[in-house]
Design a binder for this molecule. Structure first.
Ligand SMILES: [Zn+2]
Length: 318
C-alpha cells in the first residue's frame, strides 16, 4: 500500500524584524507534527519560508535607512538560521521576494481568478493598519485604532482591484460545515462559520505600486498595481511546489495527490486562511475533496484544502 502523503506548512512571517519566540513556537509545534507523522510511516513534506513583499517590510527598511533588498535579505537570513538553532526538519524554505518559483504562481492564480470574472476595479477609502496589512471598517474599530496592535490606523484612499469574496459565502460555509475543509479546533471552526454567516464583503487585492516604491509582485496586465501581500503570501503554499512553473511534478505529488494538506497557523490569521485563501482556490475552479483529519495541540489548523488546478495560463477577461 502506498504510504500516506502529508503536505504540512507553517505561516510565513514578515521579515520586518528579527524572529521572536512566537515564530519559534509555531515552527517547533509544526516540526513536532512533521516528525510524529514520519514516525508513523507517512511521507511528509514540511514547508516554511518568509513573507518578503509586505509594505511593512518596506516601511521598516525605510525607518532603518537601508535599501529594501538588503534589509529583507538580512532578516530573511535570521529566519532561515532558525533551522539549525531549533533543529527543524523542514524540507523547503521559500522566500517570496527572491525565489524564482514564487511570482509565476502568484500571477497564474491571479489570472485564473480573473478568468472567472472575480475581479473589478473600485475606488476605496478605509482605515488601514500597516502592522496587519489590512483595512478595517469604521464600525469594527474604536477610536481609529487597530484591534490587534492598538496602533493608530491610517485613512487611505486608492483605486484597487477587488475580489468578489461575497459570491463565495455559501460555498465557503458549505465546505467547512460539511467537513470537506476542517478547521481545528472546533471553537475556531465555529468562529469562522459565524464570520461567514455574518456576511462577507469583497476585499481589495492590489495596492498602488507607487506606495511601496514598486516592491512586490506586479498585477498581471496592470503595472500601476502590485498584488496585495496577503494574496501574494498565501500563494506560497503552492508556488513552492512549482505551481505556475513548467515543472508541475511536486505540485501534483504534494498538492493534487496529497492525502492531507495542513496549514498550521496562529489564531490572528485564521480568516485569511479559512476564508480568503479558500475562496481564492474556489475561484480558480479548484475542487474540494474529503480527506482524513488530524489535530494539533495549541496551534489552530486549517486543513483539507481544495486542490488547485495546474492549467495553462488564461487570458484576462475583465
Ligand atoms: Zn494591526
Amino acid at each position: 500500500m502506498d504510504r500516506q502523503r502529508l503536505t504540512l506548512t507553517t505561516a510565513i512571517p514578515y521579515v520586518n524584524g528579527p524572529p521572536h519566540l512566537g515564530h519559534a513556537l509555531e515552527l517547533v509545534q509544526t516540526d513536532v507534527l512533521a516528525r510524529h507523522r514520519r514516525l508513523r510511516g507517512q511521507q511528509v513534506r514540511f514547508q516554511t519560508g518568509t513573507d518578503d513583499n509586505a509594505f511593512k517590510n518596506v516601511a521598516a527598511a525605510r525607518a532603518a535607512g537601508q535599501p529594501i533588498r538588503e534589509f529583507v535579505d538580512a532578516h530573511g537570513d535570521g529566519f532561515a538560521a532558525l533551522r539549525d538553532t531549533l533543529t527543524l526538519s523542514y524540507d523547503d524554505f521559500i522566500r517570496t521576494s527572491s525565489d524564482p518559483r514564487h511570482a509565476p504562481g502568484v500571477q497564474r492564480l491571479w489570472r485564473q481568478c480573473a478568468a472567472n470574472g472575480d475581479f473589478y476595479q473600485h475606488r476605496y477609502e478605509g482605515l488601514y493598519c500597516n502592522g496587519c496589512e489590512q483595512f478595517y471598517a469604521p464600525g469594527d474599530v474604536a477610536e481609529s485604532r487597530c484591534p490587534e496592535h492598538a496602533a493608530p490606523l491610517h485613512r487611505v484612499v486608492e483605486q484597487n482591484w477587488f475580489f468578489r469574496l461575497s459570491t463565495y459565502a455559501d460555498e465557503l460555509h458549505r465546505v467547512i460545515a460539511e467537513g470537506e475543509v476542517a478547521v481545528v479546533p472546533a471553537t475556531k471552526r465555529n468562529e469562522v462559520l459565524a464570520f461567514i454567516k455574518s456576511g462577507l464583503a469583497d476585499f481589495s487585492v492590489s495596492r498602488p505600486a507607487g506606495r511601496s516604491g514598486g516592491w512586490g509582485i506586479g498585477v498581471p496586465d496592470d503595472p500601476s498595481q502590485v498584488v496585495y501581500v496577503w494574496w501574494d503570501a498565501l500563494t506560497n503554499y503552492v508556488t513552492a511546489l512549482g505551481y505556475g512553473t513548467d515543472d508541475g511534478s511536486a505540485y501534483r505529488d504534494w498538492w493534487v495527490d496529497a492525502d492531507e494538506r495542513v496549514h498550521v497557523i496562529g489564531k490572528g490569521i485564521l480568516r485569511f486562511h479559512a476564508v480568503y485563501w479558500l475562496a481564492l482556490l474556489l475561484s480558480a475552479k479548484h475542487r474540494c475533496r474529503r480527506l482524513s483529519s488530524s489535530t494539533t495541540t495549541s496551534a489552530w489548523t486549517v486543513k483539507n484544502l481544495p486542490r488547485a488546478r495546474q492549467g495553462p495560463s488564461v487570458r484576462r477577461t475583465w
